[in-house]
Design a protein around this ligand. Structure first.
Ligand SMILES: [Zn+2]
Length: 72
């Protein structure tokens, strides 16, 4: 079964804007990502955790749709 590609974007915990760092920047556990919109610093681990949950939900929803169509 092919799994659709889902892009996970990191979102600011405070204002919900997409967090964009410099292209070549690598974030590590414990890093703080500064939001360009509100200027607050997001804990990378928390941001990633939420992004992962959202990504999982999206994958689950897509799989359920596929299964539904299969058994029609
Ligand atoms: Zn923000």
């Amino acid at each position: 079964m092919d799994i659709p590609e889902i892009t996970i974007s990191l979102k600011c915990l405070f204002c919900g804007s997409d967090l964009e760092g410099p292209e070549d920047e690598e974030y590590n556990s414990g890093d703080l990502i500064k939001c360009i919109k509100c200027g607050k610093e997001n804990d990378y681990d928390s941001v990633l955790e939420i992004a992962k949950d959202e990504g999982l939900e999206a994958v689950k929803a897509q799989l359920q749709n596929k299964l539904k169509n299969m058994f029609k």
